[in-house]
Design a protein around this ligand. Structure first.
Ligand code: IMP
Ligand code: MG
Length: 183
């Protein structure tokens, strides 16, 4: 328990549920890419926790790389105006790229990333996201691996933040309304 727990209205997905689902996804990915090259591209910062756990459930050889994106927008809304803050170190031409994301909300951020990465001619480009909020989707994006579908609520924990805080919580929780309406 930490004082951060006090700001959580409800736990949506427990640590145990995340662990079990991450194991399943790791096994599926290991099977699907068996005998093939694989590069995991983690979108900073929210997907860091998921990547760290997912990669340890993937039993085939693979590399990792990171990309940092800013989607401008205050509070709990992403604006869809996306800028690359840190690009990949790796040349992805001819590689099997699997994007690892924390959450797909409107879909705008991931749409931007996939369109950008496609121009670099990867051999394949797929998406693995821990969470998806289908009710909020504005741009349809085919998702290859999904951890959990969640309702239209602002969530924190397991890498996901509000104003850069709460990433360290081990579960996915719903932030108390008064916490984000105050700021
Ligand atoms: P999108 O462009 O609307 O799909 O938003 C994607 C990004 O917004 C995610 O990668 C998160 O960084 C952030 N985001 C969307 N929904 C949530 C949420 O419920 N909690 C925390 N961050 C969120
Ligand atoms: Mg993200």
């Amino acid at each position: 328990m930490s004082s951060l727990d006090d700001d959580v209205a409800e736990i949506l997905i427990t640590e145990e549920q995340i662990k079990a689902r991450t194991r399943e996804l790791g096994q599926q990915i290991s099977k699907d890419y068996e005998g093939q090259d694989l590069l995991l591209v983690c979108v900073l910062k929210g997907a860091v926790t998921f990547l760290a756990d997912l990669m340890r459930e993937i039993t085939i050889p693979h590399a990792i790389d990171f990309m940092a994106i800013s989607s401008y927008g205050a509070g709990t809304e992403s604006s869809g105006i996306v800028r690359i803050l840190k690009d990949l170190d790796t040349n992805i031409e001819g590689r099997n790229v699997l994007i690892v994301e924390d959450i797909i909300d409107t879909g705008r951020t991931l749409h931007y990333i996939t369109e950008n990465l496609k121009t670099r001619r990867p051999k394949s480009l797929r998406i693995c996201t821990l969470l998806t909020k289908p009710a909020r989707r504005e741009i349809d994006i085919p998702l290859d691996y999904v951890g959990f579908e969640i309702p239209n609520k602002f969530v924190i924990g397991y890498g996901l933040d509000f104003a850069e805080i709460y990433r360290s919580l081990p579960y996915i929780g719903v932030l108390k309304k008064e916490k984000y309406e105050k700021t």
